[in-house]
Design a protein around this ligand. Structure first.
Ligand code: COA
Length: 166
């Protein structure tokens, strides 16, 4: 049984993240989406809300689990029995930051490898902050996030009447 974890802030989870999850599930028997804490971010959604949105988005996927953790990602990886940490690489701009974390994680836990996966090119320009920005302006984010996330954003920020369906 080869397990991997896919950590992130997921504020909120997008279809790009789910695309990475699907790819990871072709390589591993079980993948845990881990809501972790990035100390540089102040999320819009509470941790419990982010967990619930991910749970609903992956409920059809029997080999995906969803957890949260306050400590170091490598500590969770070890306790979960994961052999890999999955991260998405959308563009070269992601690389430097991701490499720093991956190398530090490898120093902390040499037996856990970081595996970078590229999402479908239709998601390369997508990010959770762009989604939040669109929603704040009352723009529909349908098509970029799971339906439950779009609904949660619409509850916080009602759609503008002339909002375009993307
Ligand atoms: N599709 C869409 N967006 C994607 C994406 C994809 N496939 N892959 C990455 N992104 C975007 C996210 O939407 C997010 O965008 P935003 O910054 O505009 O909101 C950004 O890329 C990266 O965010 P995310 O993937 O949610 O992760 P993160 O970089 O916020 O998370 C942690 C980093 C949580 C994994 C890391 O801080 C961590 O492991 N924390 C725990 C403590 C620890 O172990 N630290 C490391 C010690 S060296």
């Amino acid at each position: 049984m080869r397990k991997a974890i896919y950590p992130g802030t997921f504020d909120p989870v997008t279809n790009g993240h789910l695309d990475i999850l699907e790819r990871a599930l072709t390589m591993f028997d079980e993948v845990c989406m881990l809501v972790a804490k990035n100390s540089r971010k102040e999320p819009m959604f509470e941790e419990a809300e982010r967990l619930e949105m991910i749970r609903r988005a992956v409920e059809h996927e029997a080999r995906a689990t969803v957890e949260s953790f306050q400590g170091l990602t490598v500590d969770f990886a070890r306790s979960y029995g994961a052999v890999a940490i999955i991260r998405g690489l959308r563009a070269v701009t992601d690389f430097e930051y991701e490499m720093q974390i991956a190398l530090m994680n490898r120093k902390l836990a040499p037996s856990v490898n970081t595996v970078f996966l590229m999402p479908h090119d239709k998601y390369t320009y997508l990010s959770s902050s762009i989604i939040r920005e669109l929603a704040r302006h009352g723009q529909s984010v349908n098509g970029f996030v799971p339906d439950t996330v779009a609904e949660a954003l619409e509850q916080k920020y009602p759609l503008r009447q002339q909002s375009q369906r993307l």
